[in-house]
Design a protein around this ligand. Structure first.
Ligand code: PIT
Length: 352
């Protein structure tokens, strides 16, 4: 049972479920290789758009053979580099078999586009779900979500794969009632060789680790910082490093200074704060690893504690946070369209 109904509509997540029982994967893991010169439309019907993000465009679709609903990410490529990036993403996804990671179903390279068919996840983004009127947000519910994220990341790190873009938008809920989540978007994920140095210059400033903004060596520890930021936001509705713009945010991240001196944190337990403190450590080598995060008292004690107080102030602040992000996303797409229009206009001018 993943749901306790309190009064008529209130939803209490039953955090006693460990992430591994009641596994909801709609199909058996498949050995996916990219099919070439096969038209995906022969096997699948592509339906309306599901969403757009840093990951590109994802459409709803159906397997014509068994009528199973799926999600498909379609990426057109012009340059060899773009193709290689998407191939890496598909290859990484195909090597990950975990209940808290989106499951790949099929892949095609056809007509200068790469198609990645995946399981359909219908519960929406985690933060959208927790701000719902019916959802009772408690520290235990937060710990239940964070434990599943740590579980997936520990699995990835054990396979020497790093995600590098962990943020709330990339955590989806399986349903509107249960507590299960899945991690999506492996567009920035990398195979990691501990003997080789790796720097990157991408991701979302607000959730990026100091080593990313300072262009220093990154590694599995980079994902752990992002989990610390997600956890801070989930428990308080506040973003620890966000500034007026990306430059200010990156400066804040580089100093790695943050505080729990806000009213939202009054209701948060010392053990939860200790969990965050062990992740938001500037020196990457001293940061808590995924394996140890799963052994941290905050995630271990989860099963034995009562649900605890509802975090009403956090929820109010989270609502504001989510609405602001929606606005920013909308503004960014308008800016993008304007830029495209300008580009195509200048193209017209240049051609006349
Ligand atoms: C869904 C439903 C939905 C979005 C997605 C899947 C997106 C998945 C996705 C997974 C990736 C990736 C990009 C997007 O690189 O609303 O079932 O691994």
């Amino acid at each position: 049972m993943s749901l306790i109904l309190q009064s008529e509509k209130m939803i209490y997540v039953d955090e006693n479920i460990t992430p591994d029982d009641d596994v909801i994967t709609p199909f058996e893991y498949r050995d996916v290789k990219i099919k070439k010169d096969e038209n995906p439309s022969d096997k699948y019907t592509i339906l309306p758009e599901l969403g757009r993000g840093s990951f590109g465009t994802v459409f709803l679709c159906k397997d014509k053979q068994n009528n199973m609903e799926l999600a498909v990410k379609v990426v057109g490529y012009k340059k060899k580099k773009e193709k290689i990036m998407m191939e890496t993403e598909i290859d990484i996804l195909a090597s990950l078999h975990h209940p808290t990671i989106i499951c790949i179903y099929d892949a095609f390279d056809y007509g200068n586009k790469l198609y990645c068919f995946m399981e359909l996840i219908q519960g929406g983004e985690l933060f959208e779900r927790v701000i719902d009127e019916d959802f009772i947000l408690t520290e235990r519910a937060c710990a239940c979500f964070i434990r599943q994220i740590c579980d997936a990341i520990e699995y990835m790190h054990s396979k020497r794969i790093i995600h590098l873009d962990l943020k709330p938008e990339n955590v989806l809920c399986l349903s509107k009632q249960g507590n299960r989540i899945k991690i999506i978007d492996f567009g920035f994920a990398r195979r990691y060789d501990p003997n080789k140095n790796l720097q990157v210059m991408f991701g979302t400033a607000e959730f990026s680790a100091p080593e990313v903004v300072l262009f220093e060596d990154i590694g599995p520890f980079t994902d752990m910082w992002s989990i610390g930021v997600i956890c801070y936001v989930l428990l308080s509705g506040l973003s620890p490093f966000v500034g007026a713009d990306d430059y200010e945010t990156m400066t804040n991240v580089s100093f790695a200074k943050y505080s729990f001196e806000y009213a939202s944190f009054d209701q948060i337990s010392p053990v939860a704060k200790d969990f965050i403190e062990k992740l938001l450590v500037k020196e990457s080598s001293k940061r808590m690893k995924a394996k140890n995060a799963l052994k941290h008292e905050w995630l271990i004690q989860l099963d034995s504690l009562p649900p605890g107080v509802t975090l009403s102030l956090t929820k109010t602040k989270l609502k504001r946070y989510v609405i602001l992000r929606r606005w920013r996303k909308a503004a960014l797409s308008v800016m993008f369209i304007n830029k495209l229009n300008k580009l195509s206009n200048s193209h017209l001018i240049n051609n006349y």
